[in-house]
Design a protein around this ligand. Structure first.
Ligand SMILES: [Cu+2]
Length: 69
């Protein structure tokens, strides 16, 4: 397992947190996702053999948020 922190723009409320947590957790290979509104980031634990960072970015953008550089 690996852990990555992804910075996300647009998290304005707990609804956003719940949405992002659900979307990220549903991806194959993701063991856990913790989304923090105040830090504006997601901490994702995943199996690198099954899923990569690019997949997280596209899932976040598909949900209507922006991945910060
Ligand atoms: Cu919201």
């Amino acid at each position: 397992m690996e852990t990555v922190i992804v910075k996300i723009d647009g998290i304005s409320c707990m609804g956003c947190v719940n949405t992002l947590t659900r979307v990220l957790s549903a991806l194959p290979g993701v063991e856990g996702a913790v989304v923090d509104k105040d830090q504006a980031q997601a901490t994702i634990t995943f199996d690198p053999a099954q899923v990569q960072l690019a997949r997280f970015k596209s899932a976040i953008e598909d949900a209507g948020y922006d991945v910060a550089a």
